[in-house]
Design a protein around this ligand. Structure first.
Ligand code: AMP
Length: 222
C-alpha cells in the first residue's frame, strides 16, 4: 500500500512514520532526510538543494521529483511506501500519480496530521537532532540520557539549520501556502483523512492506525 503522511514541519511526521513503518512493515521515505544526506555527502544534488533548504524554501520540483520517484519505483518500495515530505506541490503530486499509475499502483490514503502553529514553533525550535543517525529529541517529550548526546549512537545532538525561529516560521508559512492545493486534490479524490497531531505520540499513532483499520474494513466490505 502507498500512503502519504502530510503535515506542517514539527507536527511529528518523522516520529509517526517510523511507528507506522513498524506497524505496517513497509518502508518510510522522507525527502527531507534524503536531501540532507545529499547535502552531508556533498553530491551535486546536495549542492543544488542546500541553499534552498537553509532558507526554509522548497527545493525545485525537478530535483526532488527525480530523486524521489527513483526510490519509490525501486525494489525497496515495491510492496508500498510511507511517503513523508513528498509530494509538496501540485507538480510533484501529478508526477507521483502518473508514475504510480504506470506501475498499477496508486496513493491509497493520505493522512493529514495537524497542530496549532504555536505548538509547532515550540516543537521545531526546541528540537535537537542527532548528527549521526538523525534521531530527534525535545525537552518536552524526549531528553537524552547524556546531555547533548544521542542515546542510540552516541553522536552529538545539534539544532538543524532550518529549526531556528525565523526559518521555522518561514517553513510553516511555505507549508500552509503550498499544501492547500494538495489537500484539495486529495479531498476531492476521497483519500484524505485529518488527524489531530497533538498530545502523546502513542495516542497519535493509535489515531492513525484507527483510520487505516477503518479504511481497510471499508474496502473489504465493498
Ligand atoms: P523536511 O525535513 O521534510 O521538513 O524537509 C526539509 C527541507 O527539505 C524543506 O524545507 C525543503 O527545503 C526540502 N524538501 C523536502 N522535501 C521537499 C519536497 N518534496 N519538495 C521541495 N523541497 C523539499
Amino acid at each position: 500500500m502507498d500512503l502519504l503522511l502530510i503535515g506542517p514541519p514539527g507536527v511529528g511526521k518523522g516520529t509517526q512514520a517510523a511507528r507506522l513503518r513498524q506497524a505496517l512493515g513497509i518502508p518510510h521515505l522522507s525527502t527531507g532526510d534524503l536531501l540532507r544526506r545529499h547535502v552531508a555527502e556533498g553530491t551535486a544534488l546536495g549542492a543544488a538543494a542546500g541553499a534552498h533548504m537553509r532558507r526554509g524554501e522548497l527545493v525545485p520540483d525537478a530535483l526532488v521529483t527525480e530523486m524521489t520517484l527513483e526510490q519509490i519505483l525501486g525494489p525497496s518500495c515495491s510492496a508500498g511506501v510511507i511517503l513523508d515530505g513528498f509530494p509538496r506541490t501540485p507538480a510533484q503530486a501529478e508526477a507521483l500519480d502518473t508514475a504510480l499509475a504506470g506501475h498499477a499502483r496508486r496513493l491509497a490514503v493520505v493522512l493529514h496530521l495537524t497542530a496549532p502553529d504555536q505548538t509547532l514553533l515550540r516543537r521545531l525550535t526546541g528540537r535537537r537532532t542527532c548528527a549521526g543517525c538523525g534521531d530527534s529529541y525535545h525537552p518536552d517529550t524526549r531528553t537524552p540520557r547524556t546531555h547533548g548526546q544521542c542515546d542510540s549512537c552516541g553522536q552529538p545532538l545539534v539544532q538543524r539549520a532550518d529549526d531556528t525561529a525565523e526559518t521555522a516560521r518561514t517553513r510553516l508559512a511555505v507549508h500552509t501556502r503550498q499544501t492547500q492545493p494538495l489537500l484539495a486534490r486529495y479531498r476531492l479524490a476521497g483519500v484524505l483523512h485529518e488527524i489531530d497531531g497533538c498530545g502523546d505520540p502513542g495516542d497519535v499513532t493509535r489515531r492513525l492506525l484507527a483510520v487505516l483499520a477503518l479504511r481497510a474494513a471499508g474496502s473489504s466490505a465493498l
